[in-house]
Ligand binder design. Sequence first.
Ligand code: 13P
Ligand code: SF4
Length: 331
Amino acid sequence: MIQEIKNLKEKNNVLLVAHYYQQDCIVEIADLVGDSLELARKASSSNEDIVLFCGVGFMGQSVKILAPKKRVFMPKIACCSMARMIDDTYFDKSIEILKSYGIDEVFPITYINSNAEVKAKVAELGGVVCTSSNAKKIMDYALKQNKKIFFLPDRCLGQNLAQSQGLKSVVLGIDSKEDVILSDVICYDGFCSVHQLFKVEDIEFFKEKYKDILIAVHPECPPEVVQKADFVGSTSQIISFVNGLDDSQKVAVGTEFNLVNRLRPSKNGIQNTFVLSSTKPECPTMNETTLQDVLNSLNAIDSGEAYNEIILNSDVALKAKIALDKMLELS
Ligand code: 13P
Ligand code: SF4
């Protein structure tokens, strides 16, 4: 099957792209593997006219928005559960609630884990997209706009960023109107179900078991976990951090299982890299894509079928591009 995939890919000049959370068999055959920022940037500026994206829906959409002339297909239109927690209607409702609190102007930042319609809404209000790798830079830019920041959809990333800058954050719909009015960063109440699995108790367990162990986590983890970690970073930042450690340094990592499992395999039977959870933190939608799906997509592309092709409303895509381009310019 792998040879068939390679032949079809070459014949049709297809760039096969995979996020780090994909299954090993997909990562092994991909032309480009990375985190959401690297993939958006590199896949959209590649030479190939056709991109086959193994990841979740917003990632494929981002490539299509940034490079509208490319044809972008996905073996599975798998949707990130966090991205599904907000749409353009919920965005409008949130802005209405803020107006009813007397907050007429906000600077919106949307995490890239959101759909094109939400990115377009953010662009309409002059806001910008961020990923977990560039969120601090984007926040620094947003703070210069002298408005309250509306951060969506990931409340954890918003709260963690605010905490690291000494800013007051609240969650819309959870905290009181008075607290929202007094805050610097208003977070939408979305979250990643996978990164919610990591708990302070997991950190305590590993710290008790291995005296000098380090804890590295993704900023989608809850704030109380992030505050107790030794390192916080996006998927590629976690990879660089762990790869830079001495072979004997133990580390427990709080992010998706496939990525952690691939980091520093056991040597001479000694395991130094651990998954920071007793529950297997697998992203169900990332894990949906199989080699058979990749082959099916390539066969469809070869026979000229539009199978799971990303098609966007052109007005929405044009607006969303403004917020994504601004992010690339700032990062
Ligand atoms: P990265 O930006 O680190 O690739 O994260 C994307 C994501 O969905 C993490 O859950
Ligand atoms: Fe979405 Fe969480 Fe999966 Fe990342 S790990 S794609 S945020 S559901």
